[in-house]
Design a protein around this ligand. Sequence first.
Ligand code: C2E
Ligand code: MG
Ligand code: MG
Ligand code: MG
Length: 267
Amino acid sequence: KRYGPGGVHLHTEQDQESDDVRLSMHWLYTVRHAIERDDMVLYYQPVYHIPSGTIAYYEALVRLVIDDKLVYPGEFISALERFQEASLLDKHVISKAIKTLADNPRLPKLAINLSAQAFQNEQLVPLIAEKLAEYSVDPARVIFELTESASLTNLSATQCMVKTLTEMGCAFSIDDFGTGFSTFSYLKSFPAETVKIDGSFVKELKNSEIDRALVRSIRDVAWTLGKMTVAEFVEDQETLDLLKEFKVEYAQGYFLGKPAPIEALDI
Ligand code: C2E
Ligand code: MG
Ligand code: MG
Ligand code: MG
């Protein structure tokens, strides 16, 4: 440890880094423990089909329960990724989500988020196939949401696994679109049915000419490639009206429905 004049401990960059590592390790152990004790819960947020105004599917969002309080994935997912342990959570969420589909036949479809590391794990596809068979769930009720970074690392292995799952009948969606590094050629070749426009472009839609232009462009490119678009972070009627005008097909956000436990859903 280094000390400054008068023996005061200066917090150095190295200290900061070891604090980060310690915090990440704390989350890794906490999540592992929570998975063992079944203390992870899924919340479900509706995604609306804009033209018909009906719910097309729900997205499963994981939460960690500690002392009756919810901890959001923003706190712990990057810690798992740091130690290459994110597929631990992916597997757990997949099992839980597929069971939810089996237990709730009136639930149309579920979108499941996968971490950036999901496809580095060869057991993932067999696990999905096994769970779908075990619970007799139609693969067509499952949509996997992948971020651009997830689909770009380990490209050929990812494409192979995505192909297998697509052939089984599952669908894919590219999450947080517009914030990653994907190219048009990648977007063209990736077999995603939908593109989810990142909330950062949607939040300020009614105030920002630039965001309106970007959302229209993303929608047009997606349309050209035969993909539909979903807008996240729809927080008011005005934004929904604009998306309708831009012919964005699906919308999700607090204005339409907040993430809620399964018992609270109107299904
Ligand atoms: P995401 O997949 O892009 O999910 C959208 C996030 O925005 C969710 O946060 C959701 O609660 C929040 N949100 C929804 N509507 C609105 C809105 O109108 N306004 C605002 N400001 N926020 C809204 P959450 O649940 O904290 O999840 C954050 C991220 O964590 C997700 O982003 C996803 O990347 C990741 N994540 C969530 N669940 C899982 C999971 O089961 N597995 C993995 N690997 N990642 C997950
Ligand atoms: Mg998502
Ligand atoms: Mg998203
Ligand atoms: Mg997002």
